[in-house]
Design a binder for this molecule. Sequence first.
Ligand SMILES: Nc1nc2c(c(=O)[nH]1)N[C@H]1C(S)=C(S)[C@@H](COP(=O)(O)OP(=O)(O)OC[C@H]3O[C@@H](n4cnc5c(=O)[nH]c(N)nc54)[C@H](O)[C@@H]3O)O[C@H]1N2
Ligand SMILES: Nc1nc2c(c(=O)[nH]1)N[C@H]1C(S)=C(S)[C@@H](COP(=O)(O)OP(=O)(O)OC[C@H]3O[C@@H](n4cnc5c(=O)[nH]c(N)nc54)[C@H](O)[C@@H]3O)O[C@H]1N2
Ligand SMILES: [Mo]
Length: 738
Amino acid sequence: MGPGKGKRSQGDITVISTGCGHDCGGRCVLKAYIKDGVVVRVETDDGEEPQLRACLRGRAMRQELYSPDRLKFPMKRVGERGEGKFERISWGEALDTVATRLQQVKKTYGPSAIFYIGYTGTIGYLHNPSTVQRLLNMLGGCTTAWGDSSAGGARSASMATYGTVTTANSRDDLLNSRMIIMWGWNPTTTIHVTTTTYYLRKAKEAGIRIICVDPVFSNSVATFADQWIPVRPGTDTAMLIAMAYVIIKENLQDQGFIDAYTVGFDKYKDYLLGLEDGVPKTPAWAEKITGVPAATIQKLAREYATAKPAALLPGWGPGRTAYGEQYHRAAMTLATMTGNVGVHGGNAAGYDNGYMGITLGSGIPAGSNPAEEGILPPPNGALETRSHAGLHRCRMWDAILGEESGGYHRDIKMLYVVASNPLNQAPNLNKGVRALKKLDFIVVHEQFMTATARFADILLPINTNWERNDITRPWVHGTYFIHVSKLVDSLGESKSDFEICVELARRLGIENYSDKTEGEWLREICKSLYGQPDYDTLKKNGVYRVKSLETYISFEKQVNDPKHYPFPTPSGKIEIYSQLYEGLNNPELPSVPKYIESWEGHSDPLTQNYPLQLITARSKRRAHSCYETIPWLQELERQAIWINPRDASSRGVAEGDEIKVFNERGQMILPVRVTERIMPGVVLINEGAWYLPDEEGIDRGGCPNTLTKDTYSPGGAFPYNTCLVQVERAGGFGIGPK
Ligand SMILES: Nc1nc2c(c(=O)[nH]1)N[C@H]1C(S)=C(S)[C@@H](COP(=O)(O)OP(=O)(O)OC[C@H]3O[C@@H](n4cnc5c(=O)[nH]c(N)nc54)[C@H](O)[C@@H]3O)O[C@H]1N2
Ligand SMILES: Nc1nc2c(c(=O)[nH]1)N[C@H]1C(S)=C(S)[C@@H](COP(=O)(O)OP(=O)(O)OC[C@H]3O[C@@H](n4cnc5c(=O)[nH]c(N)nc54)[C@H](O)[C@@H]3O)O[C@H]1N2
Ligand SMILES: [Mo]
């Protein structure tokens, strides 16, 4: 069946086209087979290429829907906070309690004592955390936090260099490249646009050379790479800078492009040649820092500069580091100086938004937040679009604990968590436990008993994507909208976040929360989308593709007609020297890209105690902490720490052992995977596994945020991949995570 037929019957089976809303990098079509009101089978797009074909996670959603671990009834805490002891209560009692506490806290301490944490557990136009933010804003506002955990570094760097985050070419354009560099980018696992691996496969078949730079021999390296270049985490900037050095020294830059479209190249050149600090940024200089042989760097630089056009695709993982924005700035500069911006087969190497100019429309509006009026934008240079509070999400535990770091002065009493699992996904969880214990009241909207849910005072059960109707769109790229169809009635007494907010609004005396039903909202939302798809047709077909669009090249207009189309930067040009960064006057945000030695990097004196660099990438079995308990997905891979045989044998550690991983912030015990697929000196623990501290506070769930540091880079990045640890044999500590 092609994607064009949303619903049809086969005897007593009905097939409905739907989708999923968890935060992975794709957005796919799922076709559910329903018999006697039960979803009995799930298939995906099998129509024309490029298909919107679902991954393993989407296909396992049936087990999420029917999981015995689902929360199905409202509950209140009966034991100590965090102990996980709850008692079932009625919806009436639950909602009355939440409404009363909201009003009390607002009256006694003011609205900013209510801290709202909504993130990306579900991404629909209607069913998303804005439902709660809207309610709290209408109540008088709340404290929110800023920070893009995905790509804070890329966001900041893209804004500084190009004045926008919309920097990508459409994926089909990869076939016009003569060389592709996947830098810390693993779309085989992370998807990063549903059709990405389809085009990478075609590129490989066409004989286009593909090189991967990653400390890990990832699934993408295994699938696509002609060459794997392992690099020490957090040192990518030095390698990119040395490549620029080689290009200048050998006069391989595109001087015509540089002269016409950029500012500040000479200043960068001074830095590269060492005229500023006496250190020429040679491949030999970079070899010491990165661990990559100078000859490899030199060869890659020559190849990239002469392949033309070549696509440098920088992932966000290397940017999730102490000075992550410098890596992104250096990558964009390399793409620029080789004239690979605004041309077919190139890539601007920026943040990677690629909506091809289509209007995305708007979902349920959160409205403005009265508690944050007048607060200055975050200090990373007006680059944040999500929130204007002075509080970065990496500092939220300190904010709750009353530590005055980060420019906020708020007395937080109550936490409202929706579609987020901060006590799993935010850094430094042991501090998080202390913070959550200090609060007066915590409400959590959840589907499962997560670490955060265990700390709730009132825990409200939320239905899943397949128990409500919604519209969703792809993540950073794309030209289609998907109807996520309701397949079954809500299980147990679960409700959507929206339904809960409607009922809370009534109790709080907020009259204008919603004058529309779910269906009416979705019709209204459809009118705001590109092409204004007819709602009924979208629902019937399951997907609306914007067919008319051709291959899209970011900055094509700026390059073809610079007179009429300046770059949206202060100078109107690509800013290799950034005026925006200059204006911030922060030596850690230099105006030209620079390598800055990292705290908890490979050369930090702390390596004497904690010699291994921990990185925390994505797993194919989860979307962050979602899907963790799903049996089909657990079968895919065991949560484990990856370590190189060299580091394992020097510690007497063997495959399958339980090992202890620790630093000053925490300890965990989990199984070890000894493998050549990770470079020496580096260990990998995939993010998203559940934080399950035992009585001694040792995490048994395999959650790496037990160890990560709760701080942020000067540009706003979450440094989840900057973390030093030590490992040792645990012996006799019992069973770790599944
Ligand atoms: N399966 C799955 N897919 C997802 C998600 C998910 O939870 N599960 N989450 C989605 C979301 S919200 C996001 S933001 C994206 C994130 O997408 P990415 O940031 O691209 O994903 P990661 O797996 O964290 O990192 C990508 C690669 O970077 C490498 N890496 C880490 N540190 C460094 C470094 O210092 N240098 C270099 N060169 N490489 C490094 C890792 O080994 C990994 O192979 O993924 C999306 N896709
Ligand atoms: N160490 C480390 N940590 C990381 C990262 C990393 O690279 N390394 N990456 C970070 C990134 S990029 C991201 S985007 C964040 C994600 O951080 P979060 O958004 O906090 O994490 P999720 O696991 O997606 O949590 C979402 C929760 O929402 C619940 N949920 C799902 N659907 C709904 C719904 O409809 N309503 C409600 N109320 N709840 C729902 C899920 O059960 C889940 O527990 O994690 C960050 N954490
Ligand atoms: Mo993310």
